[in-house]
Design a protein around this ligand. Structure first.
Ligand SMILES: CC(C)(COP(=O)(O)OP(=O)(O)OC[C@H]1O[C@@H](n2cnc3c(N)ncnc32)[C@H](O)[C@@H]1OP(=O)(O)O)[C@@H](O)C(=O)NCCC(=O)NCCS
Length: 371
C-alpha cells in the first residue's frame, strides 16, 4: 500500500454531476459559460439535482418550493442572538445553524427519496435566510423576512441589505452563485459524500461540508484574499507585499489550484464581472490592485487566479461584509453538496480507504508501574 499525499490524482468515485476536463467546467454536460449566460441559479439547482434543465413548469414549481421553505425556525435566530457575537465567525454560526435546522425537521431521519429531496429544498431555501439573518443580528438589527416575489439571488441581497438590488447587482450575484454551485470532487463535496455514505442524514452531510469549506485552502480563501487586498492597501505596495510573502514561502490566497493548471475558467468570468461592477460603482481601486497581483504572480510563480480571487472584489462591490464571503460560497455550494448527497444515496457504498502505517512496529506493553 502506498499513500498519495492529499489523494492527488486519485479517482475516488464516479459521478454524473460536474466535470473538469481540459480546463472546461461543466454541470451535467453544460458549460458554466453557457449556464451563466443563459440560465439562472434556480435553473442550475434543478439541473444539478435532476440531471436536466427544467421546463417552465418545473422551474416555477422549484421556485415555489424554495419560497415556501425560506422561513427558518425563530429559535435559530435566538441562538444566534445568544452567541458570543464579539468573536464568533459567521462560518461557525452557519455550521451550527444547519445542524440545528436538522433538529427542527421532523423528517430529518427519513431516508426515502422524497424526504431527501424535501430536505435538499429546505436546506437550500433556508441557508440564504440564515446567513442574511445572522449578518443583521450581529449589527443589532432584526432579520428581514424572505420576499417570495424575488429571485433567489435578489432575495438574499434584499434580506442582507434591506433594499431590493438593481438588476445588474442581482444578475451578477446570480451568476456568481451559478459559478460556485458545484465543482466535481472538491474537499467539501468529498466530505459530504464520506459523511452520508455511512447512511447518515443530509443535515449531517451538509454540516460536515460547511466545516470543510471553512478552511482557507478551500472556501475560506475568498475572505483571505480580501484581507490581503486590505493589507496591501495601495497599488504601489503590491510588489513589496507579494515578493516578501513569496520569499517567506507564504501562499498567496486566491492563486493556484489542485486540478486547474492553465487557469480556472470561473476566475475569467468573475474577473469580467468584477471589472463591470467596479466600473458601475466608479471605483476601480480593488480591481486594479487585483490585476497587478495577478500579473506579478504569473511572472514570478506562473500561477493563475482561482475562483476566490476576483470573487472577493465582486462581493465587496456588492456590499457584502468580508467575513460573509465564505458563507455566500456555502449558499451556492449547498446545491452541489445536495446533488452529490442524493447521488451517493442512490448507489451507496461506505467510503473507507486505507492508510499506509508509518508508526512504531508491534511492541510489548509494559504495565503502568513498570514504565
Ligand atoms: C489550492 C491549493 C491548496 C492547491 O494546492 P496543491 O495542489 O496541494 O499545490 P501545492 O500546495 O503542492 O503547490 C504546488 C507549488 O505551487 C506553489 N503554490 C501553490 N499555490 C500557491 C499560492 N497560492 N501561492 C504561492 N505559491 C503557491 C506551492 O508552494 C508549490 O511550490 P513548490 O513546488 O515550490 O513547493 C494551493 O494552490 C493553495 O494553497 N492556494 C491558496 C489557497 C486558495 O486560493 N484556495 C482556494 C482554492 S479554489
Amino acid at each position: 500500500m502506498t499513500a498519495t499525499r492529499g489523494l492527488e490524482g486519485v479517482v475516488a468515485t464516479t459521478s454524473a454531476i460536474s466535470s473538469i476536463k481540459d480546463d472546461v467546467l461543466t454541470y451535467r454536460g453544460y458549460s458554466i459559460q453557457d449556464l451563466t449566460e443563459q440560465s439562472t441559479f434556480e435553473e442550475t439547482v434543478y439541473l444539478l439535482w435532476n440531471g436536466e434543465l427544467p421546463t417552465a413548469d418545473q422551474l416555477a414549481s422549484l421556485k415555489k418550493d424554495l419560497a415556501e421553505n425560506a422561513n427558518v425556525p425563530e429559535q435559530l435566530f435566538d441562538s444566534m442572538r445568544n452567541s458570543p457575537l464579539e468573536h464568533v465567525h459567521p462560518m461557525a454560526v452557519l455550521r451550527s445553524a444547519i445542524s440545528t435546522l436538522g433538529i427542527y425537521d421532523p423528517d430529518a431521519e427519513q431516508m426515502d427519496k422524497a424526504s431527501n429531496r424535501a430536505k435538499a429544498i429546505r436546506i437550500q431555501a433556508s441557508i440564504a435566510t440564515i446567513v442574511a439573518g445572522f449578518a443583521r443580528i450581529r449589527k443589532g438589527l432584526d432579520p428581514i423576512a424572505p420576499n417570495p416575489k424575488l429571485t433567489f439571488a435578489a432575495n438574499f441581497l434584499y434580506m442582507l441589505n434591506g433594499r431590493i438590488p438593481n438588476n445588474l447587482e442581482s444578475g451578477m450575484f446570480d451568476k456568481a452563485l451559478i459559478l460556485h454551485a458545484d465543482h466535481e470532487l472538491n474537499a467539501s463535496t468529498f466530505t459530504a459524500r464520506v459523511c452520508v455514505a455511512t447512511l447518515s442524514d443530509m443535515y449531517s452531510g451538509i454540516t460536515s461540508a460547511i466545516g470543510a469549506l471553512k478552511g482557507p485552502l478551500h472556501g475560506g480563501a475568498n475572505e483571505q484574499v480580501m484581507r490581503m487586498l486590505e493589507e496591501i492597501g495601495s497599488i504601489e505596495w503590491v510588489d513589496d507585499y507579494i515578493l516578501n510573502a513569496l520569499e517567506n514561502k507564504k501562499k498567496i490566497m486566491g492563486f493556484g489550484h489542485r486540478v486547474y493548471k492553465n487557469g480556472d475558467p470561473r476566475a475569467r468570468i468573475l474577473k469580467s464581472m468584477a471589472r463591470a461592477i467596479s466600473e458601475m460603482n466608479g471605483d476601480m481601486h480593488l480591481f486594479e490592485l487585483s490585476q497587478k497581483i495577478e500579473k506579478l504572480m504569473k511572472e514570478k510563480k506562473g500561477l493563475l487566479p482561482n475562483t476566490d480571487f476576483y470573487s472577493a472584489t465582486l462581493y465587496d462591490s456588492l456590499g457584502i461584509d468580508h467575513d460573509l464571503f465564505t458563507p455566500v460560497f456555502a449558499i451556492s455550494r449547498t446545491s452541489g453538496w445536495a446533488a452529490h448527497i442524493l447521488e451517493q444515496y442512490n448507489d451507496n457504498r461506505l467510503i473507507r480507504p486505507r492508510a499506509e502505517y508509518n508508526g512504531p512496529r508491534l511492541r510489548r506493553l509494559l504495565p503502568v508501574q513498570q514504565r
